[in-house]
Structures are given as C-alpha cells and as structure tokens.
Design a protein around this ligand. Structure first.
Ligand SMILES: Cc1cc2nc3c(=O)[nH]c(=O)nc-3n(C[C@H](O)[C@H](O)[C@H](O)COP(=O)(O)OP(=O)(O)OC[C@H]3O[C@@H](n4cnc5c(N)ncnc54)[C@H](O)[C@@H]3O)c2cc1C
Length: 410
C-alpha cells in the first residue's frame, strides 16, 4: 500500500456539493446552498488575498440584483454603490446619453466592482459558518458519471484529501480543471474570435460621470468607474500587441485622443494587460454529476458587461435545482439546468456580439471596411433617436428581456 492510499483511507469526507473555485460563480453557489440548508465545501487554489484582489467586472445588472434580493442577500453582498443608469456614447467627440431605464420598475443595476462582490460573498459565507478552503492544489474529479463522485486535492501543507459528494459545481473559470475532466466528445465548443485586441488599464484616476464608450477613426476606447477614485480604461489594439508597447505617456495620449477629452486627468497605472476579444460556449453545461457554472462553461466578450452576470444567473439556477432535488426529490431543475442556462447564454452572447461589432466597426474601418462602418453608424443613430430601440437596449442591459425556455418564457 502506498503512503498516498493510506492517507486517503484515513481522511474520507462527505458533503452534498463540492464547489471548485471561489470566484463570483462559486461563492454565489456556496452562499445560496448555505441559505437552503445544504452543506457544501468550496475548494479554491489561490489564497484569500489573491482572490479578493481580482478586478474585472464593475456592474451587477438589474436581474442579478433581483436575484440576490430574492435570497435576502442584496444588502450584504452588493455594497452601497449606485449609478444614475446613464451610459455615454461619444461618437467623433459628440456625446449621446442613453438611459438604462427598461421601464419595468423594481431595483436597478448596481455599481459593484467584482472584487468587492467577491470579498463580501466570502465574508458572508464564512460568517455563516461556510466551509471554504483556500490554496487547494492538484484538485481532481473522479467518478463523475456515478452516484457519488469523489474530489481529491492537496492542502497547503501537502496532505492529500478526498471528499465524496452528490454533486460537483465546476466554477473554476475557463482554465480550470472541471471542464477538462469531462471526457472528449461530450461537450461541443462554439467559439468566435473577434480578431480585436484590447489594452485594459486600471488606474487610480477620477472615474467618468457615466460609463463611457468612445467611437472614432482612431479606434475604440472606453472609460468605466471602478470605485470612487479608480478607473478602468479600454483601448482597441492589435490582438498580438504587447503591454510593454504601451508606456504611460502613450496610454494617456491615446485616451485623450480617442475619448476626445484633452483635459482627461491621468493617475498612477496599477495594472495593464492585453487580451483578445473572444466568445465561447460549451454545450451541454453538464456531465453526469458535474455542473459547469460561469466562465467554466462560457466566455462573453466584455462589451455589454455580461460575463459575471451570466455566472450569477447560472449559480442561481444550479443552487435552486440542487435545493429542489435534495429537499423535494424533484430533479426537474437539474435535468433542465443546461438547456435553461444556454438559452440566456446565447441571448447575452448575441447582445454582446452586436455591441462589440457595432462599437468597433463604427470607428476604425481599416479592418471591417467602409460598408460595415456605415451599417454600424446607422445602428448607433437608431439607438440615439428611437425610443423603442433604447427600451430594447435597456432591457438587454438589465438582463430582463424574456428568454424562451421550452414552451415558456422567463
Ligand atoms: C478584463 C475583463 C473585464 C471584464 N469586465 C466584465 C464586466 O464589465 N461585466 C461582467 O459581467 N463581466 C466582465 N468580465 C467577465 C467576468 O470577470 C467573468 O465572467 C467572471 O469572473 C466569471 O466568474 P467565475 O466565477 O465563473 O470565474 P472566475 O472569476 O474566473 O473564478 C474562477 C475561480 O476558480 C479558481 N480556480 C481556477 N482553477 C482552479 C482549480 N484547478 N482548483 C481550484 N480553484 C480553481 C480561480 O482561482 C478563481 O478564483 C470581464 C473579464 C475580463 C477579463
């Protein structure tokens, strides 16, 4: 008998759900399960400090605010940030304000940077006695197609642990081990590469009055709040560009030109990365007792702010499905999980794709050509002039447009 086998025999554990990953998806699943009285263990490979610092999304859409509200968690996890619901589109220096008022009343979207949401979800879960294990290394999934899957991992001090469970929630993002544990041929990947790069910059610099999208022949740029004294900026660039090619002076010059704002105040840059705009959907989002949640199943190009919000949507559906299965022996939610999630995933992919193409093609036409540029400008003009176009846009931004599910709409 090897030492590893002996160690495993000494420490078998059992729980209902093992959650892999403590990002927005995993922490939301864990909190909602806990609120439903269902035990779970969260395994996260990074330290608590590292997870708490990851800055990405900035706005929790109206649908997700309502979701947290329905679980009695909104005030605890979303913080106090609000915004006036106006978006600014600046086209060749001319400003157009578009309202996100979708007309259905109820809570609006909330300004809540992703790292703040993660910090608060972590704090609430731990304060309520949740089991969250950071620095879990070498996580591996076994017997996913059986009745009791096993999850193995190594603790920070090197001990091997094993947990039996009824379900695994794969919430470990696009590069995690959950999706990779699914046998070849089970999942179909639907991928799209926009052929566009973004330089993304975080800086301790004054945020804009409203989320700002700028279109011009110089290329796309955007400016968003990431707290009362912090901003995130995006600058369109070649997808194979390098952050080293963007010293501070070039970043601020390009932003001033593309945002048509000579007075733009700079600040210390705290992070700068290049990434490729891409979209990806894996279908189905389930294999046996493994359920993929959030970025582990799909990536959405950032325009439209849907990635994190979709992760929250999946988390809610998954937690409700597990609750119904355990409490009421009703597996309907588990059986329809993938199909229901994918309807909204494709809905949001389409919105994000539309906005991405429109805002890039309306500006620099060297890649897409003058015809596409004309079409994109016409789409923007419609958004600036038609009340119905604005209403449809606002509903999509809020995540509140009905999506068909079988013969129903939700
Ligand atoms: C630059 C940028 C800007 C964005 N802006 C927005 C926006 O404005 N609005 C929006 O809604 N979305 C935005 N997104 C998308 C959003 O950040 C993601 O959709 C969101 O993080 C998904 O959450 P998740 O929990 O599914 O995955 P993640 O946030 O990736 O969390 C996965 C977690 O799993 C852990 N993990 C990974 N592998 C393992 C393993 N083997 N074992 C254990 N743990 C593991 C990771 O450490 C991580 O903590 C943006 C993304 C980027 C890159």
């Amino acid at each position: 008998m090897t030492e590893t086998t002996a160690e495993l025999r000494e420490s078998p554990e059992s729980t209902t759900v093992v959650v892999i990953g403590a990002g927005p998806a995993g922490l939301t699943v864990a909190n909602l399960l806990r609120r439903s009285g269902i035990d779970c263990v969260v395994l996260e490979r990074r330290t608590r400090e590292r997870v708490a610092q990851r800055q990405r999304a900035g706005i929790v859409e109206a649908r997700a605010v309502r979701m947290f509200d329905s679980w009695g968690l909104a005030d605890q996890v979303l913080g106090s940030g609000t915004y006036d619901g106006l978006l600014e589109f600046r086209v060749d220096g001319e400003s157009h304000l578009v309202s996100d008022d979708h007309g259905s009343g109820g809570p609006r979207a909330r300004l809540c940077p992703q790292q703040v949401l993660v910090q608060k979800l972590t704090a609430v879960y731990l304060a309520e006695g949740g089991d969250l294990r950071f620095e879990a290394a070498d996580v591996s999934l076994h017997d996913l197609a059986g009745d009791r899957p096993t999850v193995r991992y190594r603790t920070a001090d090197g001990a091997l642990r094993s947990i039996n469970c009824a379900f695994v929630a794969g919430c470990d993002g696009d590069h995690g081990i959950s999706r990779a544990a699914v046998p070849d041929g089970v999942l179909t990947a639907h991928a799209f590469d926009h052929g566009i790069g973004w330089l993304t910059v975080l800086a301790d610099a004054p945020p804009p009055a409203h989320p700002l999208f700028a279109v011009s022949p110089h290329g796309f740029a955007a400016h968003f709040a990431r707290g009362p004294h912090a901003s995130r900026y995006y600058l369109q660039c070649p997808p194979d560009d390098h952050p080293g090619a963007w010293p501070d002076s070039r970043v601020w010059d390009a932003l001033r030109t593309r945002l048509a704002d000579v007075a733009l105040l700079p600040g210390p840059i705290t992070d700068r990365e290049i990434f490729r705009l891409r979209s990806l959907v894996h279908d189905p989002m389930q294999y046996g007792r493994l359920f993929l949640v959030g970025d582990a199943a799909h990536i959405v190009s950032p325009l439209g702010g849907k990635g994190m919000n979709l992760a929250l949507y999946d988390a809610d559906l998954f937690a409700r499905a597990v609750r119904d299965s355990i409490r009421d022996h009703d597996d309907t939610g588990l059986r329809s999980y993938s199909q229901r999630c994918l309807r909204r995933v494709w809905n949001d992919q389409e919105f994000s794709h539309w906005l991405t193409r429109t805002l890039h093609e309306a500006g620099d036409d060297t890649q897409s050509g003058s015809f596409q540029r004309g079409l994109a400008r016409a789409r923007l003009d419609r958004l600036f002039t038609s009340r119905n176009a604005v209403r449809a846009f606002a509903e999509l931004m809020a995540g509140l447009n009905p999506v068909r599910h079988g013969s129903d709409f939700e």
